[in-house]
Design a protein. Structure first.
Length: 402
């Protein structure tokens, strides 16, 4: 339905304005009169010229979905009907993209679809985990509890992701700055020194000759170096997009010293948290394993989870296939085995997730503590080495004059 902008006066003669969705101007006028507002101006809302350009529209971020789940849960718990909840969420939503989504979801529910079916139309924002848990909540009549659980799960998952990103930001930024500084020195600074040394005559020290040769090579081959780097990135992406490529790269990542152990702990925390949340929400174990495997993020972990799913389908426990995969630590497998034998698997998975969240915190701190001195040494050796190499001839000349 079209949206109309209106201006009017209430019973106190105060000027009010707003927007209403209706089939016609007459319908807007009738609705305003029912609200005891006398309309003075009603016109169709002008269309946004960029509405059809998706890349110019605001993105729906994870924090928007978390806030949506929190608010939705509170209103459901207060006894409001789902459609009224969606209407309130739609009216107060500031993100234009999310507002359109909520409108579509509301109309689908009004048309007879379940909330899970309506959310499924937006897989980028509401993944299989979210949709299946909502479906379980609707079926069990515990939608408010499920929404609260989803919000808590997403907050912890977002925190975990931010920790890993934070651990990698410092070394990547430092490395980029070092490369830029090195390039500037080799391309612009070294040639100035080279011309000065040529005027002085005499043989340059070996370190200075190496630096000058490196500068000449970078200056003459800079385009080839850039093209080679671009081709390498393209080749890597193409290789990683293949089944074999993902298997090789993801397996190697788990074997990298220090960083590989961090990735393993993140994978364990994510698997146990997601699995525990889904089982506690009433999602069937085979369906939960299928969803968790798709969102694993690492091919080796994904294969291990699928082996668990196959084992359970054949009548085995979850702990044995996990132990055989070699991806998950023995302690995790043993604790899952205890959870299965006591009938409290979901609670045990949550405990493991809490423990590994703390382990990830510690691993991130250790990685940061290890990287900082390494990066300082790297910068000192490269930048300092270049500076010393360029000043060696000056020291040599000063010594000869002395």
């Amino acid at each position: 339905m079209p949206v109309y902008q209106w201006v009017g006066k209430n019973r106190k003669n105060e000027v009010k304005k707003g927007e209403l969705e209706a089939v016609s101007e007459e319908a807007v006028k009738a609705q305003l009169i029912r609200q005891r507002i006398t309309p003075t101006k009603i016109k169709p809302k002008p269309k946004d010229l960029f509405a059809d350009l998706s890349f110019l529209q605001p993105r729906v971020r994870e924090k928007d979905i978390i806030l949506f789940a929190r608010q939705f849960s509170t209103m459901i718990d207060a006894g409001l009907p789902i459609i009224q909840c969606l209407d309130i969420l739609f009216s107060q939503q500031a993100n234009a993209t999310f507002k359109k989504m909520l409108k579509d979801i509301k109309e689908s529910v009004e048309g007879g679809a379940t909330l899970a079916e309506a959310l499924k139309k937006f897989p980028k924002q509401f993944d299989d985990l979210f949709v299946n848990m909502i479906a379980a909540g609707e079926a069990g009549g515990i939608l408010d509890a499920i929404l609260r659980r989803l919000a808590a799960y997403m907050e912890k998952a977002a925190k975990l992701k931010a920790q890993v990103k934070g651990a990698m930001t410092y070394p990547i930024v430092t490395l980029i700055i070092a490369i830029v500084v090195l390039a500037v020195i080799l391309v612009f600074v070294i040639p100035v020194f080279q011309e000065m040394f040529a005027d002085f005559g005499g043989e340059l020290p070996a370190p200075t000759q190496i630096v000058v040769a490196a500068s000449e090579m970078v200056k003459s081959k800079i385009l080839y170096i850039i093209v080679a780097l671009v081709l390498f990135v393209i080749a890597y992406k193409k290789f990683y997009s293949t089944e074999k490529g993902r298997d090789v790269v993801d397996d190697l990542l788990l074997k990298v010293p220090v960083f590989g152990e961090l990735l393993r702990k993140v994978a364990v925390a994510k698997f146990t948290r997601t699995m525990g949340t889904m089982l506690a929400s009433g999602v069937a174990i085979l369906e939960a394993l299928d969803i968790v495997a798709k969102t694993a993020g690492n091919r080796s972990v994904e294969k291990a989870i699928y082996s668990v799913r196959t084992g359970i389908a054949e009548g085995r426990t979850m702990a044995d296939p996990l132990q055989e995969s070699g991806v998950f630590p023995p302690m995790v497998c043993q604790m899952i085995g205890v959870g299965e034998s006591t009938g409290a698997l979901d609670a045990m998975l949550e405990k493991i997730a809490d423990f590994y969240d703390d382990e990830v915190d510690q691993a991130v701190d250790n990685l940061t503590a290890l990287i900082e001195p390494f990066m300082l040494v790297f910068l000192g050796v490269t930048i300092g080495g270049l500076v010393i190499a360029m000043y060696l001839p000056i020291f040599k000349m000063a010594g000869a004059i002395g």
